[in-house]
Design a protein around this ligand. Structure first.
Ligand SMILES: C[S@@+](CC[C@H](N)C(=O)[O-])C[C@H]1O[C@@H](n2cnc3c(N)ncnc32)[C@H](O)[C@@H]1O
Length: 264
């Protein structure tokens, strides 16, 4: 299947789930009426404070309904742009920005197709939980990241650790039993909906996930002239699927932060 067909199938699937997710996130969104509100957790907040957002122009790729993009603006960024392929999510992001009086730009687009008008525009490109698995060609994804960054700009990834996808999130009796291969040659194909927030299944549009390994992520970053600055792994969950693992004595890596910069 061609890349554009995977992307279009995933766009339809994300549009289909958006209304369900919106229902599950309504209360959290109302909090943006409070000035300076942020939904970032302590780990990424510390990283962003260390980086210092003041005066920075920031892009978020796969921003969904914009709650993290708005948080980045509230944390001191000079200007923020969120990009996402879901028409519905971008509509929700724009509504939330207006409701909360936070100035951010939201653009509906496939990451691969982000307009050249954004080339060399951003000091920081931020990518977070559940974003990288949607891309059939990860090197091409980071080629876009590199073109969006100003020279000296930084990409910060705070994503789910690929190792947890070897475990079955529904098997609470044997939560550490490895059921799925770390290395996959073909995309995983699903039809049971994408509602990881309310955890409801439904007959949905077919969608495709690509589950890159850690080395594939790192090599895709490096192959685009980005220089790695840090890589940290954490035992806490950011997926909303594997929260129960945190209480296990045997700790598995559940999330990571990777930073890299574009050569000045
Ligand atoms: C799990 S969500 C990311 C949520 C984000 N971490 C947050 O908390 O707001 C993944 C997002 O990737 C978007 N997405 C998937 N494929 C995409 C593509 N090719 N281009 C742009 N966005 C895409 C989906 O529409 C969805 O909003």
């Amino acid at each position: 299947m061609e890349i554009k067909n995977y992307i279009e199938a995933n766009r339809r699937s994300w549009n289909q789930v958006a209304a369900r997710h919106h229902k599950g996130k309504e209360e959290r969104k109302q909090l943006f009426k409070n000035p300076g509100h942020s939904i970032m957790d302590a780990t990424i907040t510390a990283k962003l404070q260390e980086y210092n957002l003041t005066g920075k122009r920031v892009a978020q790729l796969c921003c969904n309904d914009g709650t993290e993009t708005l948080s980045l603006k509230n944390m001191g960024a000079a200007a923020c742009t969120g990009f996402d392929i879901s028409d519905y999510a971008i509509e929700e992001a724009r509504k939330l920005a207006e409701l909360s009086g936070i100035e951010c730009e939201f653009v509906q687009t496939d990451v691969y197709e982000i307009s050249e008008q954004y080339n060399a525009t951003f000091d920081l490109v931020y990518i977070s939980a559940g974003s990288l698995i949607w891309f059939p060609d990860l090197a091409l994804f980071f080629k876009t990241v590199a073109r969006l960054l100003k020279p000296g700009g930084m990409v910060l990834i705070y994503d789910i650790h690929p190792v947890v996808f070897m475990l079955d999130e529904n098997d609470k009796e044997h939560p550490l039993e490895m059921k799925f291969s770390y290395f996959i040659d073909e995309p995983r194909v699903y039809n049971d909906g994408l509602d990881y927030i309310n955890k409801e299944t439904y007959e949905g549009e077919t969608y495709y996930v690509f589950d890159p390994t850690i080395s594939q992520i790192i090599n895709s970053v490096l192959s685009n002239g980005l220089i790695m600055r840090s890589f940290d792994e954490y035992a806490h969950d950011i997926s909303a699927l594997y929260d129960h693992l945190q209480h296990q004595e045997t700790k598995v890596p559940q999330s990571y932060i990777l930073s890299a910069v574009k050569q000045a």
